[in-house]
Design a binder for this molecule. Structure first.
Ligand SMILES: C=C(CC[C@@H](C)[C@H]1CC[C@H]2C3=CC[C@H]4[C@H](C)[C@@H](O)CC[C@]4(C)[C@H]3CC[C@]12C)C(C)C
Ligand SMILES: C[S@@+](CC[C@H](N)C(=O)[O-])C[C@H]1O[C@@H](n2cnc3c(N)ncnc32)[C@H](O)[C@@H]1O
Length: 359
């Protein structure tokens, strides 16, 4: 082979590799590239050990007895997955019903805007996002409503990411991000005009505790909207396949046991809320929320190869490969949960704190 051919071949190989690693990757929203994947606040050499610890804790979700340890392991989980989520899904860490003719990004935004529309707040109002992730919903909601949004997350890495994104989007005046536990929030009683939580309270070991805390910080007359992860009436605990799917979802999503749909309204009432509306937004005519997961399968394989190559080259921490593999399997359990109808990530509850309900 003469030197020109060698040079051209080498350029092609490196160019292709660069494109595969650096350009390909962020499926929806640019912001995270494969080469930037890290273990959140965990140092690179500890990612694998943290993943092992996470896995042994959540392997048997129903047997988690030490509820107090759950938030710390949820924090570990988000150190491990936040970059992969952003890279492969975008800045909103939740599902939404598919809408024919609309992109995933639009469907996501519509699902988020619905939450704030139901809060019925005016521009300038102060609302809380309980479990805000890196703030995708918060930014969409602040832009749509003109409300000031305060987000809280148990994960410091997400706080940093969310603040960076807020600034970049020019929304840092409207959006504030606080590090903390939504089971003991650093906010005064009756301090928010409205509260929402999107696919976040499912991480609470006891739903009553997070609902009671949200009730405390909400002003009397204020509204609370939540999208809950639950098993539906089609779930049968005596069916081994159902149990396998639900356990797979719990393990791969840091859930201390999924709740049944019929526990949500009763818990809200128990802490003092009036339940205004309750509906599973996944039920037809809504189009499948899991179709986005299914369609992504080829990209997951590409991502898997990419993550392995990057880990081999020492660019990504070793443990990232295990985490990615766990998510790969989780996507399958979630899809099965959706297809069988035994699970929904969008059981919506709309509550009001009574005017007489001071904390
Ligand atoms: C509400 C929660 C998270 C919901 C979803 C945002 C995430 C659940 C499963 C995640 C993913 C699964 C497969 C990944 C894929 C293998 C990878 O290549 C790219 C990222 C995934 C698509 C990833 C993205 C986010 C999810 C869909 C829970 C935690 C309560
Ligand atoms: C699946 S993500 C959803 C994030 C965001 N709502 C969204 O839709 O993009 C769940 C969020 O809940 C947060 N969370 C879980 N347990 C928490 C706790 N005890 N206190 C505060 N935040 C918590 C996680 O840190 C994460 O940000």
């Amino acid at each position: 082979m003469d030197s020109l051919t060698l040079f051209c071949t080498a350029s092609l190989v490196f160019g292709g590799l660069f494109w595969f690693v650096c350009i390909l990757g962020p499926a929806e929203q640019k912001g995270k590239r494969a080469v930037d994947l890290c273990g959140g606040s965990i140092s690179a050499e500890k990612v694998q050990d943290n993943y092992q610890e996470y896995w042994s804790f959540f392997r048997q979700p129903k047997e988690i007895e030490t509820a107090e340890k759950v938030p710390a392991f949820v924090d570990t989980f988000y150190n491990l997955v936040t970059d992969i989520y952003e890279w492969g899904w975008g800045q909103s860490f939740h599902f939404s019903p598919s809408i024919p003719g609309k992109s995933h990004r639009d469907a996501t935004r519509i699902h988020e805007e619905m939450a704030v529309d139901l809060l019925n707040v005016k521009p300038g109002a102060k609302i809380l996002d309980a479990g805000c992730g890196v703030g995708g919903p918060m930014r969409a909601i602040a832009s749509h409503s003109g409300a000031n949004v305060v987000g809280i997350t148990i994960n410091q890495y997400q706080v940093n990411r969310a603040k960076t994104h807020n600034k970049k989007a020019g929304l840092d005046k409207l959006c504030e991000v606080v590090f903390g536990n939504f089971l003991q929030m650093p906010f005064k009683d009756n301090s928010f005009d409205g509260v929402y939580s999107i696919e976040a309270t499912c991480h609470a070991p006891k739903l009553e505790e997070v609902y009671a805390e949200i009730y405390r910080v909400l002003k009397p007359g204020g509204m609370y909207v939540s999208y809950e992860w639950v098993t539906t009436e089609l779930y049968k605990a005596e069916d081994p396949e159902h149990v396998e799917v639900i356990q797979g979802i719990e393990r791969g999503d840091a859930l201390p046991g999924l709740r049944s749909y019929n526990e949500i309204a009763s818990t809200a009432k128990k802490v003092g809320f009036e339940v205004v509306k309750e509906i599973d937004l996944a039920i037809p005519p809504a189009k499948p929320w899991w179709s986005r997961l299914k369609m992504g399968r080829i990209a997951y394989w590409r991502n898997h190869i990419l993550v392995m190559v990057l880990a081999r080259l020492g660019i990504a921490p070793k443990g990232v490969v295990d985490v990615h593999e766990m998510l790969f399997k989780t996507a399958d359990y979630l899809t099965r949960g959706g297809e069988t109808g035994i699970f929904t990530p969008m059981h919506m509850i709309v509550c009001r704190k009574p005017e007489s309900g001071g904390s």
